[in-house]
Design a protein around this ligand. Structure first.
Ligand code: ASP
Length: 394
């Protein structure tokens, strides 16, 4: 944990000072990300199949699924609400001098229309995780039904699960190097500390609104949920999850962070692996509190900049679509920027406004991704408590 934090800090300092020179490290960062993503595949498959196959009563899976989805929807809703409150109070877009923006940024040009069908299709197509989750679910259910005959297969899968966890454990020893490379190279790409700072202060009030609201959700709301619903000490748990949060901050991808999230959550012996093996992969795909909050703040910021007054019902519309846009966003860097089209379109805000957010989005993405991962970890604790009561390791 300490090594990861030191590496992230060293990455920031070197990227800040040496700027573009640090791009030399980007190859190491890319390798690190690819390895993480590769590890996530066997982890999802083996941990989920082994968790589900070992459920004594397969009917429990239905209630686990329903409670997971409901919990995710409620907490994401709370996050959006917090974003709306902060942006309406701070009003970062008021008096903002926008240089005439008349082009839709390239990043969102390919997808300027989003329907509900697109969101649902987006969750599945080109989203390996969702496919793996469904595949593992089906395998787990089948194995649990034919339980006796499949004992050997279940045992083999349990061994493979242990094996992947072991590899992951070893891999985490080199994670600090990867994190250093990713952070230093990204700051280098932004031109180093001074160039980045100059960009940041241009939209300083907006960035501050996003960050403050995210911090409020992460350090006030989530700990309350942990304390009262999961009956877990939030400070202790936060420390356990810190490696995953630093990885999320470094990589800006909740999917790539998933292996570290699984490892960090497994450190807490009170959390059932059966539950977390299901809740975490699903969370990395659809539960994004940070992204949802950010979508709402960004949309209202754009409205404020363009001097568009939003009615109460339009803000409700933003509330609903921000939830949807977060569900539809993949756990990869800056996915939220693209799905923001859903929110802006719903209340006829100009897509050109996304151009205002581009320069700092990579940075804010790190904050929201960390909150996304924190939300998944808190979810694992709460859902474990409700579905298993107490410790129930596989
Ligand atoms: N980068 C975020 C994640 O992976 C998604 C986003 O908000 O862009 O969780």
């Amino acid at each position: 944990m300490i090594a990861i934090i030191v590496a992230a800090t060293a990455g920031v300092i070197s990227g800040w000072i040496f700027g573009e020179d640090m791009l030399a490290f980007s190859f190491a960062g890319d390798i690190f990300l690819e390895l993480l993503k590769a590890l996530a595949i066997p982890l999802i498959v083996f941990s989920m199949i082994s968790g589900i196959a070992s459920l004594k009563d397969i009917r429990k899976l239905g209630s686990l699924g329903a409670s997971t989805v409901s919990y995710y929807l409620v907490t994401t809703g709370i996050a959006v609400f917090i974003g709306l409150v902060f942006v309406n109070i701070i009003k970062p877009g008021m008096g903002f001098e926008a240089i005439a923006l008349d082009t839709i940024p390239e990043k969102v040009q390919q997808k300027t229309e989003y329907s509900l069908i697109d969101v649902i299709a987006g969750i599945f197509s080109a989203n390996l995780f969702m496919i793996l989750i469904i595949f593992s679910l089906i395998c787990g259910i089948v194995l649990s039904i034919i339980n006796k005959k499949a004992q050997k297969v279940i045992m083999a899968i349990n061994y493979f699960h242990e094996l992947t966890m072991k590899i992951l454990h070893w891999f985490l020893w080199i994670a600090p190097l990867g994190i250093f490379a990713v952070v230093a190279a990204r700051l280098g790409k932004a031109g180093g500390g001074e160039a980045f700072y100059a960009e940041l202060i241009k939209v300083g009030k907006y960035s501050l609104t996003v960050i403050l609201a995210l911090i409020f959700h992460a350090v006030i709301i989530m700990p309350m949920i942990l304390r009262f619903l999961a009956k877990i000490n939030p400070v202790e748990y936060f420390k356990q999850i810190l490696p995953a949060l630093s990885t999320a901050f470094a990589t800006a991808s909740s999917s790539a962070t998933l292996p570290v999230t699984i490892e960090s959550v497994s450190e807490n012996k009170d959390i059932s692996e059966q539950v977390s093996s299901f809740v975490l992969p699903l969370g990395a795909t659809i539960n994004m509190d940070g992204t949802a909050l950010y979508e709402a703040v960004a949309a209202i910021f754009i409205a404020q900049v363009y001097g568009i007054d939003l009615s109460f019902s339009q803000q409700i519309m933003i509330f609903l679509t921000a939830n949807l846009a977060a569900i539809g966003a993949a756990g990869i860097p800056e996915a939220g920027l693209v799905t923001m089209v859903i929110v802006l379109r719903s209340v006829n805000l100009p897509l050109e406004g996304i151009g205002l957010l581009l320069s700092v989005d990579w940075f804010l993405d790190r904050w929201r991704t960390s909150v996304n991962v924190w939300g998944d970890a808190v979810g694992a604790a709460v859902l474990s408590k409700f579905n298993m009561g107490s410790k129930n390791k596989t």
